[in-house]
Design a protein around this ligand. Structure first.
Ligand code: ZN
Length: 411
C-alpha cells in the first residue's frame, strides 16, 4: 500500500541544491515535505495543502528541518578506551611517541582482539544509536583494530550485522593497513595485508590505508590500491597528510581514490590532484581539537579549487572520541573559518559523495531517502552559533521517526 506522509508546517526547510556546479543550500519558509514510501516525493508550499491527499499528516509546528548528517569516516567498532593516553598526551607526550611506545592504536588492537563479536556488536550498536539521536543518518565504518585475519573479519562481520539491524545506510572499509602489529616488521605485515586482501572482498566495500612517516609509505599506498582494484574493491580511501606531508594524497587521487582524508599538510599540488581526480576531501576538525593540533588544512584553497569537502567525526578512542556530528559542524566553521552553509553542505552532500551515495541521500531532494532532522530552533545557523548544545529534536530515517532511548549509555 502507498504510504504518503505529509510533513507540514515546516518553518525553515533546508535542502541542498545540487543543480549548480557548487552545491548550495536552498532554504524555504513555510513549506511541507511529502514523503512516499520512505523517499522524498516533493516539496510544496504549506498554504493550500489538502490533507485528504495523504495517508498521514504530521504537523511540525514551525520547526526547522535539515537533511540527516552523513558521517563518512569512523572507526566505531572497537573495544576499550584510552583515557590514560589522553592524560599522557596532555602531559606533553606526542601522539606518535605514544604509538612508538606500543600504546595508542595498539592498545585498542589488543582490547579488540580480546573482545568477542557479540560484545563488539553491542557497543557499536549503542554508539550508532547515540549518533543517530544526535543527527547522523548514514555511516562509514572502518576495520583496522585487528591487524590479523581473524579480528579484521570479526570487525567487518559486526559491521555487516549492523547493516541488517539498524535502518541506516552503512559503508564498510577494510583498513588492514592501519598500523604495524607487535612482532612484525612493516614489510612483513604489509606483505601479509597484500596477500590476504581477497579474503575481505565480500566483507567490505572499499579499502583504506594510514599513510604516514613510520607507518605506511606512498609506495605501499600505490601497491595496495592497484591490488585492491584487481581484487574488485570499488572504493579506495586514504588517511593522508595528517601529521606530516608524505605525498600520499596526490598519489591516491591519481589512482582514483574516492576520498582523501585528514589533509592537514596537503599542499596546492595535492589540491590540484584532488580536483583532477574528483576526489572528495574529508576533513575531521574533531581530531585537530582533541589532539591540540595547530595545523589547519588549506580549506579555502580547496573550496576555491572547486573540490567537494566532506566532514566526519573520525569517531575512535584515540584521536576523536566523539559521536556528535553537530560538534564537528560547529568546529569546522570556527577552526576553518568557513560559513554555516559551506559546513552543512560538506556534512550532508559532501559526505554522501565521499561514500558514492550523493544520488541516494544527503540533499533531501525528490527521489532521495527521506532522512532528515527536526531541530529545536527556527534557524539552522544556531547549530553553528551556540556550541555544546544538542539541537536535534527528532531524527527521521526514510520518513520514520527513530525511537531511540534519550541517551544510550556510553560504553
Ligand atoms: Zn581515521
Amino acid at each position: 500500500m502507498n504510504d504518503t506522509v505529509c510533513f507540514r508546517n515546516i518553518g525553515q526547510l533546508v535542502q541542498v541544491d545540487t543543480a549548480n556546479k557548487t552545491p548550495r543550500l536552498k532554504i524555504l519558509d513555510k513549506h511541507a515535505l511529502i514523503v512516499k514510501n520512505g523517499r522524498v516525493e516533493k516539496v510544496l508550499k504549506d498554504s493550500g495543502l489538502k490533507s485528504s491527499n495523504y495517508s498521514r499528516v504530521i504537523d511540525l509546528k514551525g520547526k526547522t528541518v535539515i537533511p540527516g548528517l552523513v558521517d563518512c569516516h569512523t572507526h566505531l567498532i572497537y573495544a576499550g578506551e584510552r583515557k590514560d593516553e589522553m592524560e599522557r598526551r596532555l602531559d606533553a607526550t606526542s601522539y606518535m611517541d605514544i604509538l612508538k611506545s606500543g600504546d595508542g592504536i595498539l592498545s585498542t588492537v589488543k582490547a579488540t582482539r580480546e573482545a568477542d563479536g557479540k560484545s563488539l556488536l553491542k557497543t557499536a550498536k549503542t554508539r550508532m544509536k547515540r549518533m543517530m539521536a544526535l543527527g547522523t543518518t548514514a555511516f562509514e565504518i572502518k576495520s583496522g583494530y585487528g591487524l590479523d585475519i581473524e579480528t579484521e573479519k570479526k570487525i567487518l562481520s559486526v559491521g555487516n550485522r549492523l547493516k541488517k539491524v539498524l535502518p541506516v545506510p552503512v559503508t564498510l572499509t577494510y583498513l588492514g593497513a592501519h598500523a604495524i602489529p607487535e612482532g612484525s616488521t612493516k614489510s612483513q605485515y604489509f606483505d601479509f595485508v597484500m596477500k590476504n586482501l581477497p579474503l575481505f572482498r565480500n566483507l567490505a566495500d572499499g579499502v583504506d590505508i594510514f599513510c604516514e612517516e613510520g607507518v605506511f609509505s606512498v609506495k605501499d599506498l600505490k601497491r595496495l590500491f592497484l591490488q585492491a582494484k584487481l581484487v574488485g574493491f570499488t572504493q579506495l580511501r586514504a588517511h593522508v597528510e595528517e601529521l606530516s606531508h608524505q605525498g600520499g594524497c596526490a598519489e591516491a587521487a591519481k589512482l582514483g581514490a574516492v576520498s582523501c582524508d585528514h589533509l592537514e599538510y596537503a599542499n596546492p599540488k595535492d589540491i590540484r590532484a584532488m580536483k583532477h581526480g574528483d576526489t572528495v576531501a574529508v576533513l575531521m576538525p574533531g581530531v585537530t581539537f582533541f589532539l591540540g593540533g595547530e595545523k589547519i588544512p588549506l580549506v579555502h584553497s580547496m573550496l576555491d579549487a572547486g573540490i567537494t569537502l566532506a566532514l566526519a567525526t573520525d569517531c575512535n578512542p584515540g584521536s576523536s572520541p566523539t559521536y556528535n556530528m553537530q560538534t564537528v559542524l560547529n568546529l569546522a566553521c570556527h577552526l576553518y573559518r568557513i560559513t554555516p552553509e559551506q559546513a552543512l553542505v560538506a556534512a550532508t552532500y559532501g559526505s554522501a559523495k565521499a561514500l558514492e551515495s550523493h544520488e541516494k541521500y544527503g540533499s533531501l531532494q525528490p527521489g532521495q531517502r527521506a532522512d532528515f532532522l527536526t531541530l529545536k530552533t527556527n534557524d539552522y545557523r544556531d547549530l553553528f552559533y551556540y556550541f555544546g548544545e544538542n539541537f536535534v529534536e527528532q531524527t527521521f530515517i526514510q520518513g520514520q521517526a527513530v525511537r531511540i532511548p534519550k541517551a544510550p549509555a556510553i560504553e
